[in-house]
Design a protein around this ligand. Structure first.
Ligand SMILES: C[S@@+](CC[C@H](N)C(=O)[O-])C[C@H]1O[C@@H](n2cnc3c(N)ncnc32)[C@H](O)[C@@H]1O
Length: 248
């Protein structure tokens, strides 16, 4: 999904406002993730958020983990993150294949960013890359996309969000072809300077719970699937056992 794909500048600039007004509670989600990680690694201090977007989870997670870093494929999302969290290292990279030459106590990948991967092979590559950035005993926390049986083909939604003299209309349509979920989202943003329209198409893969668990096991993690998670989609949680699949 890198150049020319979703998460371009217009969407990145509207991202935080959109999700704040839609009621996404990053503080509560970060608290849950921190609790899940701390239960498995009480002394954790270093955390990497993969596909960190605009850094909203990191803004809260850094209260619990003094050394945080973020990685994302979108320059526009990273620009917002860097402006928000000066001093936090943000790296542009592809979750399927990255090497920061660092190890963390916790590696997260939240809000279903993992769904952007196109195949089970890519899922395994990404989980493998995340696990290689964990110390032995480190914790992997991945929020999946919906399972194939949960996805609503043909779902439409429309919202008008207003804040501080700015309005944002969001209209979406979701459809499905096999294991691929396609979401088309149109935005109309109006402020004192006028009205702008932009649209993005997001392609995601509906992986099964077993595919997530198998990918984590192949990456050397003992993993479980928690049923609820930050947004009701569940949570893959793994503890890295060995040096398998990566250098230490
Ligand atoms: C739904 S947003 C989630 C952002 C952030 N985790 C949050 O909770 O707000 C998905 C993010 O995944 C990133 N992304 C998608 N595919 C990627 C890839 N292959 N490598 C790195 N980042 C990717 C996008 O740039 C985007 O910022």
């Amino acid at each position: 999904m890198l150049d020319g794909e979703p998460y371009g500048p217009a969407f990145a600039r509207a991202y935080d406002l959109t999700y704040r007004l839609r009621g996404k509670d990053y503080a509560a989600e970060a608290a849950l993730v921190a609790r899940v990680a701390r239960e498995r690694r009480p002394g954790a201090t270093a955390l990497l958020d993969v596909a960190c977007g605009t850094g909203e989870h990191l803004a809260h997670l850094r209260a619990c983990f003094p050394a945080v870093a973020g990685l994302d494929g979108s320059p526009a999302m990273l620009e917002v993150a860097r402006a928000k969290l000066p001093g936090v290292p943000f790296v542009r990279g592809d979750m399927r294949d990255f090497d920061l030459e660092l190890r963390f106590d916790v590696v997260t990948c939240l809000f279903s960013a993992i769904g952007y991967l196109a195949s089970v092979g890519e899922l395994r590559a990404a989980i493998g890359a995340m696990a290689r950035h964990l110390v032995p005993g480190g914790v992997l926390v991945v929020e999946p996309l919906w399972r194939p049986d949960q996805f609503l083909d043909g779902h439409v939604s429309a919202e008008v969000l207003e804040h501080d003299g700015r309005t944002l209309s969001r209209v979406s349509h979701s459809s499905r072809a096999g294991r691929t979920a396609r979401m088309e989202i149109h935005y109309l943003v109006a402020d004192t300077t006028g009205v702008r329209h932009f649209a993005e198409t997001h392609l995601n893969t509906l992986f099964t719970q077993d595919e997530y668990l198998d990918a984590a096991a192949a990456a050397g993690c003992v993993a479980e699937f928690l049923p609820d998670g930050p947004t009701g989609r569940g949570l893959l949680v793994g503890v890295h056992q060995t040096t398998r699949g990566g250098k230490q």
